[in-house]
Write a protein of this length. Sequence first.
Length: 266
Amino acid sequence: MQHMVRLTSRLATSLAVSLLALTLAACSDSDDKAEAPAAAPTETAAPAVPAADVAAAPATDTAAATSPETTGATPAAVEAPKPDGDVDMAKVLEPGPLKEMAIGKEDAPVTIVEYMSMTCPHCARFHEGTFHALVDKYVDTGKVRFILREFPFDPRAAAAIMLARCAPESQYFPMVDVLFKQQQTWATAEDARTALLQIARLAGFTQESFEACLTNQKLLDDVNAVRTKGAEQFGVNSTPTFLINGKRYSGEMSIEKMSAIIDPLL
């Protein structure tokens, strides 16, 4: 985890950008979309084509919270959100076409599978805020195994997650982290390929390896297969969606809400 934080910090420092806050909780095929200028077509540019799914990504809320130590008040208990369905975790965890990108102990009492789209602002908000707190509190302490799965809503989202997949395995989570941090930069760029290449170079990509990744049809097919299975078998229709010990939860959640789900399972 410390390696992931160091690499994430190194990549993010070169590309810091302020992001705009949004209020909705989840992304879907029809929600939270904005037009981006069309990129010039090429014969091999399928994963990184014109339309962008997002016009801006959210920033962490900056409103100051009142301290219980200052007021003497007891923090109100956060109620766990209600699941919107059940899933068979045995089937969820069956091997798919892509290697699972997971962190945490395999025998952890709680397993969380997140389906996300790289151009979804609510996924970016979750990873900017809740994800790292979740890792510190539950993953690094052996209580949670966290699995990240692709659910791209558009070709730019597919291109971004393909680059994360093409990076060395140890850089997958740091690459996802930086792509979310810089979501507004590449998701709405007139020339998405150039914007993504600038980020990819910081992770060690060359022009040649970048092009080879984005023209890897088998990888694109496998990414799409993960999405199709999530939709058809596990009822995923928006991002982020979390499958937690047999229950499905849709929408971005705070660490407090996730704790309210996780703690009774420990």
